[in-house]
Design a protein around this ligand. Structure first.
Ligand SMILES: [Zn+2]
Length: 280
């Protein structure tokens, strides 16, 4: 059994100077390719199911698929709920066997975010699982605006909620299709100086790989959420598969062509963050 909690994989990463990616899952093909990549690299990995994934596939089905992969894997695999918005989302996920939940109260006033997140952390810990919270607002490309994390508020948030990981807003933006974001490193430094909790960057696809590697190695960031670049790898592979053989109609044959490219993209992410070889 190699099902792990977020705390179990982020603790060693924070101590030894590497980061573990939270890989965005949308279906069986990509989640299986991520685990194949993690095993090939002897790396821990976080498989996460976000709101889009949950709208497409019912939570109990996702939990079975993710737990099946995690239990059969030879490396630590975290089964993580990304962006739960209410305690009920977290309670449902924990009941289905998720080993980690993110509660996103980032749009609430500070005290309300602290209260909600502390309650989610209590629920998670009582279930033997972990909890990630968010302070400051991470916006969306072409959508909601960001609000940078205040270092003093972050320190208070971490202390009063008991969370295992803290997502921060330091210039990162969700759904970026090219790595153009310049992070606010002074803000990140100031947050890091005030708390020891492992920090999480959502919207990792928008952060250039050299900067991701540097932030992981320095212990500034311990979890990068990566979705868009993996979805782009999958989409490009699927398009190529269809174009190569216009007569092909069997979905399993068509989809099988995505596995190699998605696995290769995940391998590159694990190596870049220094996660490879850490599960040996
Ligand atoms: Zn996010």
């Amino acid at each position: 059994m190699t099902v792990a909690t977020l705390a179990q994989v982020l603790g060693p990463a924070r101590r030894h100077g590497y980061a573990v990616p939270g890989l965005v899952c949308l279906g069986w093909e990509d989640m299986r390719a991520y685990v194949t990549a993690a095993e090939a690299e002897r790396a821990p990995v976080i498989l996460q199911a976000g709101p889009g994934c949950r709208a497409h596939t019912p939570l109990p089905i996702l939990a079975r698929m993710l737990r099946h992969l995690a239990e059969a894997a030879s490396v630590p695999v975290v089964v993580h709920l990304d962006h739960g918005y209410a305690l009920e989302d977290c309670r449902a996920a924990l009941g289905e066997g998720f080993t980690s939940v993110m509660i996103d109260g980032s749009k609430l006033p500070l005290q309300a975010n602290i209260d909600l997140t502390a309650a989610a952390a209590d629920l998670a810990h009582a279930a033997g699982a972990s909890c990630e919270g968010e302070i400051g607002i991470v916006g969306y490309a072409g959508g909601a605006q960001s609000a940078g994390t205040d270092p003093d508020e972050a320190a208070r948030f971490a202390r009063q909620t008991g969370i295992d990981a803290m997502a921060v807003s330091v210039g990162n933006v969700h759904l970026q299709q090219s790595a153009g974001t310049s992070l606010d490193l002074a803000r990140l430094d100031a947050i890091r100086a005030k708390t020891d909790v492992p920090l999480v960057i959502h919207g990792g696809s928008g952060v250039p790989m050299p900067q991701r590697a540097q932030l992981a190695a320095s212990g500034h960031v311990t979890k990068f959420n990566i979705g868009t670049e993996l979805r782009m790898a999958f989409g490009a592979a699927l398009r190529g598969s269809l174009a190569r053989d216009p007569a092909q109609f069997d979905r399993l044959t068509i989809l099988s062509q995505t596995e190699g490219p998605v696995m290769a993209a995940a391998v590159a992410i694990l190596r870049n963050l220094g996660a490879s070889g850490r599960a040996a």
